[in-house]
Design a protein around this ligand. Structure first.
Ligand code: ADP
Ligand code: MG
Length: 228
């Protein structure tokens, strides 16, 4: 589903690589944590997967697409096939919950009758069915992240990427978001979560890929969070 073959990313000539000859393979249906200190290359990995960045060398294949060869005219469509969640939610502040989620369907020109059916479905999945009229500033951080998750999922992506999705949340909301990610994974979506949250990583017993200075230093099934 996700393959890195000897991938290196150097942002600026003379700098150390942000990602240094990384090879990895994530199968369809896996749930994977990527952990590591600040600056270890986690966000770079996510941006490479989204083709927001191109590798300096090496090959990336995602869901059958060779990203190195993808034409720029195809990139927007490719990205829409991947769900993404960020630490800072990135909701549209002037639109309510329903419209924030519906937006992701409107941009791909889904007919309104589909949107009307699908948006409540996905809001129910994240536990926000009753808040569809609320605006982001009327919601807690945990609720805002659920909206972001609903938006990421509304078009049924094969892959969900989350970059520090609980970075702005308290432990209770963090645990709830992670449970949702797990449920989404159990429904068949491949899930990759970048996180610093040691309690959650230790509790969930998933595959853990640990980066240090752009290099994979461990990759374990049912891994734990090891400090550097
Ligand atoms: P993490 O998400 O693990 O904190 P990043 O992937 O953001 O790490 O960064 C990895 C390395 O690449 C860091 O040394 C960082 O300073 C560098 N870096 C990230 N983005 C850029 C950029 N746009 N230009 C130059 N260097 C960058
Ligand atoms: Mg980061």
């Amino acid at each position: 589903m996700i393959t890195f073959d000897n991938v290196t990313k150097i942002y600026e000539k003379g700098q150390n690589p942000a990602i240094d000859h990384i090879s990895l393979n994530i199968e369809k249906g896996e749930f994977v944590f990527i952990v590591g200190n600040s600056g270890s290359g986690k966000t770079t990995m996510i941006e490479l997967m989204l083709k927001e960045l191109s590798p300096t060398s090496g090959k990336i294949t995602i869901n059958g697409h060779n990203l190195n060869r993808m034409r720029s005219s195809r990139i927007a469509k490719y990205r829409r096939g991947i769900g993404v969640v960020f630490q800072d939610f990135r909701l549209l502040k002037d639109r309510n919950v329903y419209e924030n989620v519906a937006f992701a369907q409107r941009v791909i020109e889904k007919p309104n009758r589909i949107i009307k059916k699908r948006v409540p479905e996905v809001l129910t999945l994240v536990g926000l069915a009753t808040k569809y009229r609320s605006y982001p500033n009327e919601l807690s951080g945990g609720e805002q992240q659920r909206v972001a998750l609903a938006r990421a999922l509304v078009n049924r992506p094969d892959i969900l990427l989350a970059d520090e999705p609980t970075g702005n949340l308290d432990p209770k909301n963090s645990a709830e978001i992670m449970e949702l990610l797990e449920e989404i994974n159990m429904r068949g979506t491949t899930v990759v979560v970048v996180t610093h949250n040691r309690e959650i990583v230790n509790k969930m017993k998933k595959r853990v890929i640990r980066l240090r200075k752009g290099v994979i230093v461990s990759d374990e099934q049912e891994g734990g969070y090891i400090e550097d």
